[in-house]
Design a protein around this ligand. Structure first.
Ligand code: SF4
Length: 715
């Protein structure tokens, strides 16, 4: 028996006529201000569609106009914008249900964009809105309900709504689903108590899993989006849409979309088992490959492989995941990589003894909270995965910052007295789990650690006498964001893939390690710069249209290797041309995909400049991401590094101490990185200081007076 929504106290109400979706767009965005309870519709202009497309582009556009240069993450003025994109919501092509979250990050003080699966973005569109823009800060705990069946939006008091995410699913069913079928077309966004006390809060996006009869969750993990959400005192955003149909986005050319979809479905059906086995093990297939190529982060990115990787590799997770279920995080995704471990019994903390579904783990979680922390116990990884999700904590930031803490502990910067009794050595899973509970409670050493690596570096210097250079070298953050989980030491292009980003070191912009390091396809600076132009722009495109990146290159047509540029997967790029044109009716070329992204990418760079960042100095990276910091690290790969000293620098390592060798290698690698910056900035049409030129803005059609005025401050 479900309970009517009338039992919750309504603070503000807005009624509307649900518009039809036409060629991927509803033509309006929803504005909600929690300080004064304003609810309003804003039109989507042709300019927005033409230049900013949707998703991350709409988020940036709305945030640019909604905030000032110095708006802080916890000012009421900061906004959270969620938008899918014109392709988001189609069901014929795998991976077409992503949402993008955009806000000013508590970790970086610049704009963060984080992509996420789950049903919220597409259902928001079918409820009549291309985006939701939330501003203000409530004076009490609230939920925002968008009822696209009734054409009614409410801001409601929510004293009984849970904060922790694994409880939200049951609550949604009990409180909000008036009939069984409602569950299929409902979604919620929530965070958790961990997001309240840390800067690494994530957002959980729900989708109803019909086979399991339960809501499941995908995470918008990066940059503290959940922290902003809880700071606004939102417990949940809930959307209920009319029933989803195959043509709900009303595409211009449904047959063209269906043909592209059939091509990819067939590839997945025919080749996934012999390629990455995503349908059985998701992204965990990467664990063993990364370890084999010395790219798996181990002990705070010190090493790239570990013999115990076999204990947490894809074979292990394939055996743990429930098989045979359609684990797509949006309708029609036959990649089905959103696996879960069912019936996991929680071992610690407030939910000890409960039997739960753990969503994941994905590669990043296994590598981050597992190998990078020296933890090779699958149950410990599941325990941390479950609590990170329900507490609303980003598993990547948690893994990277815990690994940093562990190295500091082993280096003597921390001890039991400073950590309140936690023996945070590599491999101590119990201590890592307790650290997580402390973060959620906002207590003890967990409260300090939850502020992120950048905060801790300063704190450890000021309070614990740490060597500033050492913590700077080993603290794996750039721009304030913790690194995602790949070792980039031997790939200069990937060092740029992490460092020369807009939001911080997240691999969704560029993942060039194999092209650069394994296949040696990028021998010159110009080659690397070209790749660091094309791939970040190409990958940005997914975030504009509401698409998942994985079906682009985690499944590959067998004849791809015979194409002139196999790394781009040309057949799939053509599919995206067909999807975009098929939905919107606007004919585009493959080159247009890059220009669309380049426009938004440059706009985001200017947004960073507007906030006082976004120049050359802000693209610096910690030395651990470039090369060995410590003697033990050098000596663990001495043969490789000695060879490089001989071949690249003409030095004789037999006459040098390890300290001298470390210094020589460091000087060389840091110079290489600076040369890479020069080459990439030139290719992107930026100055040597990393500032887009007015000519670049003009070429891209974003030379608006307020945008030009920002870059002119630095030219
Ligand atoms: S490939 Fe995986 S993450 Fe991407 S949409 Fe499909 S199920 Fe979701």
């Amino acid at each position: 028996m479900t309970q009517s929504t009338h039992f919750r106290r309504v603070l503000a109400e807005y009624t509307y006529t649900v518009p039809p979706v036409e060629r991927g767009y509803t033509g309006q965005t929803l504005y909600v201000n929690l300080s004064d309870y304003t609810i309003a519709a804003k039109p989507v202009t042709d300019e927005m569609k033409e230049k900013f497309i949707g998703g991350r582009g709409f988020g940036l556009w709305l945030l640019w106009h909604g905030t000032r240069d110095n708006t802080k993450w916890n000012d009421p003025e900061n906004e959270i914008i969620i938008s899918s994109g014109p392709i988001g919501g189609i069901t014929q092509y795998p991976g077409s249900g992503k949402s993008l979250v955009v806000t000013i990050s508590p970790l970086t003080d610049i704009v963060i964009d984080s992509n996420v699966g789950g049903h919220f973005g597409p259902l928001l569109k079918f409820a009549g809105w291309d985006a939701i823009e939330i501003q203000g800060k409530a004076d009490r705990e609230v939920i925002v309900v968008i009822d696209g069946q009734k054409g009614r939006i409410t801001i409601e008091e929510a004293p009984d709504a849970p904060v922790d995410t694994h409880l939200v699913g049951e609550w949604l069913i009990r409180q909000m689903a008036e009939k069984e079928e409602d569950r299929y077309f409902m979604s919620a966004v929530s965070a958790g108590q961990g997001a309240e006390h840390t800067r690494i809060g994530c957002l959980n996006f729900a989708f109803y899993d019909r086979r399991r009869g339960a809501f499941r969750f995908k995470q918008a993990g990066r940059g503290g989006t959940g922290t902003v959400f809880r700071d606004k005192r939102i417990k949940a955003l809930v959307v209920k849409s009319p029933p989803v149909r195959a043509d709900s986005v009303h595409p211009a050319d449904p047959e063209r979309i269906a043909r592209a979809g059939m091509r990819l479905h067939k590839e997945i059906h025919d080749y996934d088992d012999s390629q990455n086995r995503m349908r059985r093990r998701g992204t965990t297939y990467l664990v063993q490959i990364m370890s084999d190529y010395d790219l798996l982060p181990v002990h705070n990115f010190k090493y790239g492989s570990h013999p115990d990787a076999v204990k947490i590799n894809g074979d292990v997770w394939e055996a743990r995941f429930t098989q045979g279920l359609p684990d797509g995080c949006w309708y029609g995704c036959t990649m089905s990589c959103s696996h879960a471990v069912d019936r996991y019994t929680v071992r610690t903390g407030p939910y000890k003894g409960q039997t739960v579904i753990v969503d994941g783990p994905e590669y990043e979680t296994v590598a981050g909270v597992g190998s990078n922390c020296g933890i090779f116990d699958p149950d410990a990884i599941l325990e941390i995965n479950f609590y990170c999700d329900t507490y609303g904590i980003d598993t990547i930031s948690f893994g990277t910052l815990t690994a940093f803490v562990m190295e500091c502990y082993e280096a003597g910067i921390l001890d039991k007295e400073k950590t309140g009794g936690l023996e945070l050595r590599f491999g101590n899973a119990d201590a890592a789990i307790e650290l997580l509970h402390q973060m959620a409670r906002g207590e003890g050493f967990g409260k300090i650690a939850g502020q992120g690596v950048r905060f801790m570096k300063k704190y450890f210097v000021e309070h614990f006498g740490a060597d500033p250079q050492f913590v700077q070298d080993i603290g794996m953050e750039a721009k304030g964001l913790e690194y995602s989980e790949y070792v980039s030491k031997e790939s200069l292009a990937q060092q740029g893939g992490y460092g020369l980003t807009n939001k911080g070191p997240q691999h969704d912009e560029a993942w060039l390690i194999f092209m650069d390091m394994v296949s040696n396809l990028l021998p010159t600076f110009e080659d690397k710069a070209e790749a660091l132009h094309y791939f970040p722009m190409f990958r940005t495109w997914f975030g504009l249209v509401g698409h998942c990146k994985l079906p682009w290159n985690d499944i590959i047509p067998p004849d791809n290797k015979y194409t002139p540029e196999p790394a781009k997967i040309p057949a799939h790029v053509q599919n995206y041309v067909d999807l975009f044109s098929g939905v919107t009716g606007k004919e585009i070329t493959r080159e247009d995909l890059i220009t669309m992204s380049e426009r938004v990418y440059n706009f985001q760079r200017v947004f960073n400049l507007r906030r006082g960042y976004g120049r050359r100095e802000h693209d610096n990276v910690p030395y651990r991401s470039m090369g060995p910091v410590t003697v033990e690290e050098y000596e663990s790969r001495a043969e490789r590094y000695d060879r490089q000293l001989r071949e690249l620098l003409g030095l004789d390592p037999t006459t040098m101490t390890t300290q001298e060798k470390l210094a020589a290698l460091r000087k060389y690698r840091e110079e290489q990185y600076e040369r890479l910056k020069d080459a990439v900035y030139a290719r992107r049409g930026w100055t040597r200081d990393g500032v887009p030129t007015v000519e670049t803005l003009r070429r891209l059609g974003i030379d608006y007076p307020d945008v030009v005025a920002v870059v002119q401050r630095y030219l």
